[in-house]
Design a protein around this ligand. Structure first.
Ligand code: N01
Length: 547
């Protein structure tokens, strides 16, 4: 690691934290304004999520023709996605192609973790320090550090003494892992667990899955990209992208539902669910009726349909019942997509263990032990236990101001933002797809582009009006947080203990973090705020003192 502790600070217009999909687009977009920008990335390569999450079976659960950048017409025409849903290696290849094609690499500094960001009010600059000892001074700071980028291994006793190897889905070794002939334990059955379990089961001598919460999963129905589908999609790409902007999930191609699930009889409903089940994909299923995420009785019909599918697929009735989720409505935890997930439990080398009724007590030298004393011999343990979502990455950085504000303290009771884009008391710091934004509930790249475009327009607006400081008013922030909560409370989302609520991290405040009013509504609101002269923000000019 270079020791740059004695080098002079680097001066930028915009410092970007993160070199994933958001950081890269921010470089591209902000450079076009003529700004000096640079992104700081902890990994040794670009790609963020897709750089780190290399576990077996890692694949996007949004179709690739949608889950891709829209900002360049030629890029989206040229790139050929080989399958309906991109695998991690394919998506990482795509991100690297984008970095080269738009000459972004020269402004990404790899192997550099941002440790602190202090707003120097007098100089009107963010002072950023890295683990390489560098100091960067920038007028604006864009936090593009990701929502699911702080992997979390539960605090089990004994892990350090485990004789086998252990892994976390989000920190997977680049050289891959060979589980042949091993007794493997996977802890966690969220999106990552559901994707890796069928593949590890094929390799391992024996696989034990430790499940705390059964999750709903639908078949992805991945296929090689049908040539005609690709041709038709690309022929209408701009219109399809525009149509996606008018949907709650920023994903186009699904007919808008018009009826409540309770307006039709059971036979018709089940036929609709069956057709969605055969089609594959989560949005399609949740879009079957207008009210699946807001009306518990409607949701029950969709939940029970999937539970019955699980009962039909899994041969052992006790295992099937354990896998059939009963403690949350379908869609209120992230709905998983899988390939042969439930079928995997019919394999003779796979066992499911319920760690809700009998939690994991400790990791032993040779495996793990439950509170009841039941022990499992394991050669490898995989933690598919998720992330300190949405706030983890920012809270790991010491974000503060010279006036004494500290972000961790400001967010002690849960994250507070205005539009998910800025925080009161922290001027000139923007967040991409942060808490209070719909990002994680949408096609993420669409949200990234919308957020970064909004941020770029705001910075441009300031420059054109000889202004150099923007921050939300405390009132606008508090009203937005109330609105986010009200919208969440009008849905079924709060009924689940999900990472949306911070529920997976012991001690984290239980606050519903994403905005679930829909991407379409959110975008219109952001546009209106900007059109009304950045309503809810204070824009000002500061006589700056040279550092
Ligand atoms: O993490 P998760 P993930 N003892 O938090 C369990 C995105 N993503 O990495 O539900 C036992 O969803 C925990 O149990 P519970 C996507 O947005 C996308 O799978 O808290 N178990 C849960 O089962 C996704 O939602 C893609 O009771 C423990 C699991 O670990 C997000 O990333 C693929 C435990 C964690 O599930 C996170 O997904 C992968 C403990 N002490 C990820 N602690 C695609 O695009 C936790 N668990 C397809």
């Amino acid at each position: 690691m270079p020791d740059a502790s004695h080098t002079v600070p680097r001066h930028l217009d915009v410092a970007i934290v993160g070199g994933g999909l958001a950081g890269l687009y921010a470089i591209h977009r902000l450079r076009r304004l003529g700004l000096r920008v640079r992104a700081y990335e902890a990994g040794s390569g670009v790609g963020g999520t897709w750089f780190w999450n290399r576990y077996p079976g890692a694949r996007c659960d949004v179709e690739s023709l949608e889950y891709s950048y829209s900002f360049d017409a030629e890029l989206q025409q040229d790139w050929k996605w080989p399958e309906r849903y991109g695998t991690q290696p394919e998506i990482l290849k795509y991100v690297n192609h984008v970095a080269d094609r738009f000459d972004l690499r020269r402004d990404v500094q790899l192997d550099t973790r941002v440790k602190s960001a202090l707003f120097d009010s007098k100089a009107n600059e963010w002072v950023i320090k890295t683990d390489t000892g560098e100091e960067i001074r920038a007028r604006y700071c864009v936090m593009a550090a990701g929502n699911l980028s702080t992997p979390r291994v539960p605090d089990f006793r004994g892990l350090q003494g485990f004789n086998g190897k252990w892994y976390h889905s989000g920190l997977w070794p680049h050289e891959g892992v060979d589980f042949s002939d091993l007794r493997v334990g996977v802890i966690g059955t969220g999106s990552s667990g559901v994707q890796m379990i069928p593949i590890i089961a094929e390799q391992a001598k024996h696989l034990t899955v430790f499940q705390r919460t059964a999750n709903f999963s639908l078949p992805a129905r991945n296929v090689p990209m049908p040539a005609e589908k690709e041709r038709a999609h690309k022929a209408q790409y701009p219109a399809r992208r525009a149509a996606a902007m008018e949907t709650p999930f920023a994903i186009g191609g699904y007919p808008k539902p018009t009826r409540s699930a309770l307006e039709v009889d059971k036979a018709e409903r089940d036929a609709a669910y069956e057709s969605k089940w055969q089609e594959g994909g989560s949005i399609s299923y949740l879009y079957a009726y207008t009210d699946l995420l807001v009306n518990k009785a409607s949701n029950d019909t969709a939940s029970e349909f999937v539970r019955n599918k699980i009962r039909a697929i899994v041969k052992d009735p006790r295992t099937a019942e354990l896998l059939a989720p009963k403690n949350h409505p379908i869609g209120t935890k992230r709905l998983c997509l899988d390939t042969n997930y439930y079928e995997t439990y019919n394999r003779p080398n796979v066992a499911l263990v319920d760690v809700r009724s009998d939690p994991i007590d400790r990791i032993t030298e040779t495996g793990l032990e439950l509170e009841s004393g039941t022990a499992f011999e394991l050669d490898a343990i995989v933690f598919a236990t998720g992330f300190d979502a949405m706030t983890g990455a920012l809270n790991e950085i010491d974000v503060a101001t010279s006036g004494g504000a500290v972000l961790r303290q400001h967010w002690e009771g849960g994250p507070l933002t205005y539009l998910g884009l800025m925080v009161a008391g922290f001027p000139n710091m923007f967040i991409v797809t942060g808490p209070g934004s719909p990002g994680v509930k949408t096609q993420m790249i669409a949200s990234i582009e919308q957020h970064v475009d909004w941020i770029a327009d705001a910075i441009d607006h300031l420059g054109r009006h000889q202004l150099d400081r923007i921050e939300p008013t405390p009132q606008a922030e508090s009203e937005w947080v109330s609105h986010v909560n009200q919208v969440a409370d009008s849905t079924l989302y709060p009924l689940a203990n999900s990472w949306y609520m911070g529920a997976n991290i012991p001690g984290k405040p239980r606050v519903f973090m994403p905005y679930v009013g829909g991407f379409d509504r959110y975008k219109r609101h952001c546009d209106a705020v900007a059109a009304q002269g950045y309503q809810g923000f204070t824009l000002s000019r500061h006589e700056t003192v040279a550092a």
